[in-house]
Design a binder for this molecule. Structure first.
Ligand SMILES: C[S@@+](CC[C@H](N)C(=O)[O-])C[C@H]1O[C@@H](n2cnc3c(N)ncnc32)[C@H](O)[C@@H]1O
Length: 245
C-alpha cells in the first residue's frame, strides 16, 4: 500500500453535515452557556484543560449524540474524555445530557477529530474510539473514510504503547477495509482470540445511539493495542480470527 493513499487536499476535507434541524431554544442556550465552559481547544495543552486529578486521556471521534462518551465518563471519573463531533445537533444532545447529569471529565470539540489528533503530542492518549463511523460505501467515496493508513500512523503516534484503539462498524465493506489497514500496520496488534471477541459487544463498551437504532447488519467490535516497542511477534491466531486462509 502506498504510504500516502490520498492527496493532502482530499484528506483534510471534512465530509458529512455540520448543520441539521434548528436547535430548540434550550439547546441554543446551552450552546451559548455550557459549551464555552467545556469546549476542547486542540491548540492548547490537552491535559491542562481538565481538572488536576485527571492523568489519562481518552478520545472519541464522531460521538454522535454522546451517550457512549457520557456513560464512560461516569464510569471513569479519573479519565479525561475528549469528544469530537462536527454535527451541531449531536453536540446539542450531549450538552442536554450534561446539563441533566454533569460530568467534570468531558471536554467537547465541535469539529473534525483530525484537528485534535494532529495537535496532540506523541504518546498522549490511553484509548481511542471510532464507533460506527460514516461508512461511505461507494468505492469512489472510500477516501472519505476516517480510518486511512495515514490516520493509523497518526494514531500510532498519539497512543501510548499498550493503549487501546476501539473500532466498531456494521458496514460489510468498512470491516475488511479497516482490517486490511490495521493488520498491515506494524504498530497495532489485534486483541481478539476468537470470533466471540469481535462479534459480541464487550460489556465495557456502552451501546451507541446508532447501534441501538440504525443497525444495518451484525456489528463487529475490534479492539487493537498500540504495540510496545520491540520485535513484532508472529501472530498465530490471525487466520482463525479473520476466517481467511
Ligand atoms: C454514523 S454516525 C455514528 C455516531 C456515533 N458514533 C454512534 O455510534 O451513534 C458517525 C458520526 O461521525 C461524525 N464524524 C464524521 N467525520 C468526523 C470527523 N472527521 N471528526 C469527528 N466526527 C466525525 C459524524 O458527524 C457522525 O455524527
Amino acid at each position: 500500500m502506498a504510504e500516502s493513499e490520498y492527496p493532502e487536499r482530499q484528506r483534510r476535507q471534512l465530509y458529512g453535515r455540520r448543520k441539521g434541524p434548528k436547535l430548540s431554544a434550550r439547546q441554543a442556550d446551552l450552546r451559548g452557556t455550557l459549551l464555552p465552559q467545556i469546549a476542547f481547544d486542540p491548540t492548547m495543552d490537552a491535559q491542562a484543560q481538565f481538572p488536576p486529578h485527571i492523568k489519562s486521556l481518552w478520545l472519541e471521534v464522531g460521538f454522535g449524540a454522546g451517550e457512549h462518551l457520557h456513560q464512560l465518563a461516569g464510569e471513569h471519573p479519573d479519565i479525561g474524555m475528549i469528544g469530537a463531533e462536527p454535527y451541531e445537533m449531536g453536540v446539542a444532545k450531549l450538552l442536554s445530557k450534561l446539563a441533566q447529569e454533569p460530568r467534570a471529565n468531558i471536554r467537547i470539540y465541535e469539529g473534525d477529530g483530525r484537528d485534535i489528533i494532529a495537535a496532540l503530542p506523541d504518546g498522549s492518549l490511553e484509548r481511542f474510539f471510532l464507533l460506527f463511523p460514516d461508512p461511505w460505501p461507494k468505492t469512489r467515496h472510500h477516501k472519505r473514510r476516517f480510518l486511512q493508513m495515514e490516520m493509523l500512523n497518526e494514531l500510532a503516534r498519539v497512543l501510548k504503547p499498550g493503549a487501546e484503539l476501539r473500532f466498531a462498524t456494521d458496514d460489510k465493506s468498512y470491516l475488511p477495509y479497516a482490517l486490511e489497514r490495521l493488520i498491515a500496520h506494524p504498530d497495532f496488534e489485534w486483541t481478539a482470540r476468537g470470533p466471540s471477541d469481535w462479534k459480541t459487544r464487550p460489556q465495557s463498551w456502552p451501546r451507541t445511539r446508532y447501534e441501538a437504532k440504525a443497525i444495518k447488519g451484525p456489528p463487529s467490535y475490534l479492539a487493537w493495542l498500540r504495540r510496545k516497542p520491540g520485535p513484532a511477534p508472529r501472530d498465530p491466531g490471525l487466520i482463525d480470527r479473520t476466517g481467511n486462509s
